[in-house]
Design a protein around this ligand. Structure first.
Ligand code: KG4
Ligand code: ZN
Length: 337
């Protein structure tokens, strides 16, 4: 069986072909970074318009690289939400049109569940219960999983997502967009102790995250030390800011581990590409004697392989599939801000 996944929830147009043993035959990701970079963030209308331009080529390329054609695809999968509604509608409409014209079933997939399950594409064996830390540009949340396809929310950000905080500070310093990878590289050789950042404290004892305090502290450091893109202390500052974000993510994870006693840990989402976060997460898991699962970097940022992968997971679990002419996109999950 072959499945074609389509993802267009934010600013990446992506299509992937997977076989039913989860082998990734192709995973094409067309980034819009260059289009949004002059604005220092995503411009939703430009994102939708670019998806419309790119999606036919991206899907054709995914089929071509997989050595197949639409006629030989058995099932389609598409991201239904959450995300930018204009962007989502492009992928959903395109997938519905293809499925309708070629008389194929279409499996709708939740973007956050797809991120969480990206860890399962290459790690088929996972011990449960597991805790999943999802860190992206739009979301920062912690989940408990008793089994696959069952993620219960333990905590989420009350303000910015971690990736959003990294992107905003990079924008403020005129370093470029997206800020996450720029800070990852720019912090190399920097001293994380050179600038101090206090970890947020949730007085209600919840496992929620908050990154707005770091942002305020960062702006104060920038003004006081007169930091800019050329400063000799820039690497120190970026290392300290990145370290604060990583420490706060891991401090919540540590508390969740004490309260939930999981057997394995999952790290997912675009920020899971961050080298400091990956190494600190692995070191933490080792200290706790837990298995750590982090997807390959290409499956961390938005991609369609995780969409097709989650649909395969659902089919394997016996979910009924078909074509629903009423299928629509949704911008938010019910618990989101
Ligand atoms: O998962 P994703 O592609 O899109 C959303 O669903 O939000 O995540 C994008 C986020 C951006 O904020 C970007 O700056 C961040 O992931 N990111 C990184 C790195 N690569 C991407 N953050 C830190 N270090 C990286 N290497
Ligand atoms: Zn995403």
């Amino acid at each position: 069986m072959l499945i074609l996944g389509i993802e267009s929830s934010c600013d990446e147009t992506s299509a992937a072909v997977l076989a039913d043993n989860f082998e990734v035959r192709s995973n094409i990701v067309l980034s819009q970074d260059e289009i949004h970079a002059p604005y220092g963030g995503i411009v939703p209308e430009l994102a939708s318009r670019q998806h419309i331009r790119s999606i036919t080529w991206v899907v054709e390329e995914a089929l071509h690289r997989a050595g197949t054609s639409i006629a030989d695809i058995d099932v389609l999968a598409v991201t239904q939400g959450p995300g930018l509604i204009g962007s989502l509608l492009v992928g959903v409409s395109f997938a519905k049109g293809l499925a309708y014209a070629f008389d194929k079933p279409l499996v709708p997939v939740d973007h956050l569940d797809a991120h969480i399950h990206s860890a399962f594409i290459t790690n088929r064996e996972m011990m449960f219960p597991a805790l999943a830390l999802l860190v992206s540009g739009g979301h920062t949340s912690l989940y408990r999983m008793e089994r696959k396809l069952d993620a219960r929310l333990l905590g989420r950000t009350r303000d910015d997502a971690a990736g959003e905080a990294l992107d905003k500070i990079a924008k403020f310093l005129d370093l470029g967009y997206p800020g996450g990878p720029i800070i990852d590289r720019g912090s190399e050789g920097g001293d994380p102790g050179a600038f101090s950042f206090a970890l947020p404290h949730m007085s209600d004892g919840s496992l929620d995250f908050s990154f707005s305090g770091f942002k305020t502290a960062a702006l104060r450091h920038i003004r006081r030390s007169g930091l800019n893109a050329e400063s000799p202390r820039l690497a120190d500052f970026l290392a300290a800011f990145q370290d604060a974000v990583v420490r706060s993510l891991l401090s919540n994870l540590a508390r969740a581990v004490r309260e939930n006693r999981p057997r394995s840990l999952i790290l997912a989402g675009g920020v899971a590409r961050n080298r400091r976060l990956r190494s600190e997460f692995e070191a933490f898991a080792r200290r706790e004697g837990l298995a750590a699962h982090i997807p390959d970097p290409d499956f961390c940022t938005d991609n369609a392989a995780m969409v097709a992968g989650l649909a395969l997971e659902k089919i394997a679990a016996g979910e009924k599939i078909g074509f629903d002419p009423r299928l629509n996109a949704y911008p938010r999950r019910f618990y989101e801000k």
